[in-house]
Design a protein around this ligand. Structure first.
Ligand SMILES: [Zn+2]
Length: 470
């Protein structure tokens, strides 16, 4: 029996529907015979387990104000180009682009003609995206003969030369580490990044003994290992070089890089909004296309990312403001498929709390505590959209590192009501096949992120004059 329900709108294109829908996965009789020994996903659906976790949004008793008016969305993509040098198809280069927009939800495009035309917006975004080069396989750098060292040097260059609203990615990395683990915080307070090891495999600090406190390095410049004297860069903390392959494709390393950069950009924009216009911050939603999590080698960064968002929230509260909405929207993965399967058990405008038991036993998500800085929620939106969201807790961890402590209580997520409200308003745009920033830009007034600062100044002036606010 097919378990995927049709989307409510004809424009919605669930990429997975064709693969998991009416046709059997395979017609190979041998595979089918063996597969018969496995339970189908819907066999694990338990209406009673679901019902006790479903809550109507109106029962949340959270402040619905201020209503979200602005959305900042970023989304990145990477591409590995083969044949970097003619006639040598194994020579590859990596390239990434990160799109970002600032959306004013009060201005529908069709109501006004004073905004950027979506067609022209694409060009404007091209010009304003963060983009970057990294070396791939079989490339020899003129200075760094070891290809992995060249990759590390280029990643450092990318972080030192890329600015997000007047902060470089390196400065943002330092800011994040100020809110990391205690040892990271101490180092960051001195302007240093603490590397957990030396990347040089022949160095004794490559496999340091237990109790090793790390190698502190300057946050803004290259230095040398105190043991082996080889180059060290602050960006080595991300350990993406461990995924780098000098003689094979590097899509994974590329994905790790743009994942980290996207999260840093979203945070960097929020910090700059706070400086420019703290009054508009509570009306802004920061939207990430994917989970609020850092996967793979750079995963430890998730601690500092959560800490930095929480510190920003705490400053908002101390100013007497509500915090901004911060949310990740996942479009693929098993939790997304599971939610489509159980949609009949969750009424519209209801959320489902996903405690550790449900995450582990039914969604089969592991290593949550090492990666996620937001908590997963299912939401059946007003218009029928099914959303898998991650939302940071106001304090403490998203998932407990100690086994017995379940941290899924809803009061830990005071922005939930406003998160669902803005998702209801964004509606099917969140599930368009396009990148979220581009999809949003087709419906609302959108500004390339590079211009957001100028736009914010205008909006702030309007607010001060008593106009344009709500
Ligand atoms: Zn070393």
């Amino acid at each position: 029996m097919p378990y995927i329900a049709q989307g409510p709108g004809s424009s919605i294109r669930y990429e997975l529907a064709s693969r998991l829908g009416h046709l059997p996965t395979t017609t190979n009789p041998q595979i089918r015979e063996r597969l018969a020994r496995y339970r189908k996903p819907e066999d694990s659906f338990d209406p009673a387990l679901i019902a006790e976790r479903v809550v109507p949004v109106d029962a949340l008793e959270q402040s619905p104000t201020p209503r979200i008016r602005y959305v900042v969305a970023v989304d990145g993509s990477g591409h590995e180009y083969e044949e970097a040098f003619d006639r040598y198809p194994s020579t590859r280069v990596l390239y990434m682009q990160i799109a970002g927009v600032f959306i004013d939800l009060n201005d529908m495009l069709d109501q006004s003609d004073r905004f950027v035309d979506p067609a022209r917006l694409a060009d404007a975004m091209e010009a304003s995206v963060v983009s970057g080069f990294l070396p791939g396989s079989y490339l020899e750098h003129e200075v760094y003969q070891d290809p992995t060292e060249a990759f590390r040097a280029e990643l450092f260059y990318l972080f030192s030369s890329t600015e997000v609203q007047q902060r470089t990615l390196l400065q943002l990395l330092l800011e994040v580490q100020k809110h990391g683990q205690p040892a990271d915080r101490e180092a960051a307070a001195r302007g240093e990044i603490l590397l957990s090891k030396c990347p040089n495999r022949d160095c004794v600090l490559n496999r340091p003994n237990r109790g090793f406190g790390g190698i502190p390095v300057p946050a803004q410049e290259a230095t040398f290992c105190p043991e082996c004297s080889k180059s060290l860069w602050p960006t080595d903390i991300l350990r993406i070089y461990e995924a780098f392959k000098p003689d094979a494709p590097n899509k994974e390393a590329l994905g790790r890089c743009h994942q980290v950069i996207e999260h840093l950009i979203l945070l960097g924009v929020a910090l700059s909004f706070e400086q420019l216009s703290p009054r508009l911050l509570p009306q802004t939603a920061f939207l990430y296309d994917g989970d609020l999590a850092i996967f793979g080698e750079p995963a430890p960064l998730h601690t500092g990312l959560l800490g930095t968002w929480q510190a920003l929230w705490s400053r908002c509260l101390s100013r007497g403001h509500q915090p901004p909405v911060v949310v990740g929207v996942a479009k693929r993965g098993y939790p997304v498929e599971h939610l489509r399967g159980i949609r009949r058990f969750i009424p519209r405008r209801h959320l489902m709390r996903l405690d550790d038991f449900y995450m582990r036993e039914l969604l089969r998500v592991s290593s949550l505590t090492e990666t996620y800085f937001g908590r997963k929620f299912f939401y059946h939106a007003a218009d029928g959209q099914l959303l898998v969201l991650t939302v940071p807790p106001v304090n403490g961890e998203a998932y407990s590192k100690k086994d017995k402590n379940d941290l899924s209580e809803l009061h830990r997520f005071p922005t939930l009501a406003r998160t669902f409200e803005v998702c209801d308003r964004l509606g099917s745009r969140l599930y368009d096949d396009a990148l979220i920033p581009v999809a949003l830009a087709h419906n609302w007034a959108a500004y390339p992120l590079a211009n957001a600062e100028r736009v914010l100044r205008v909006l702030t002036e309007q607010t001060i004059k008593g106009k344009g606010n709500n």
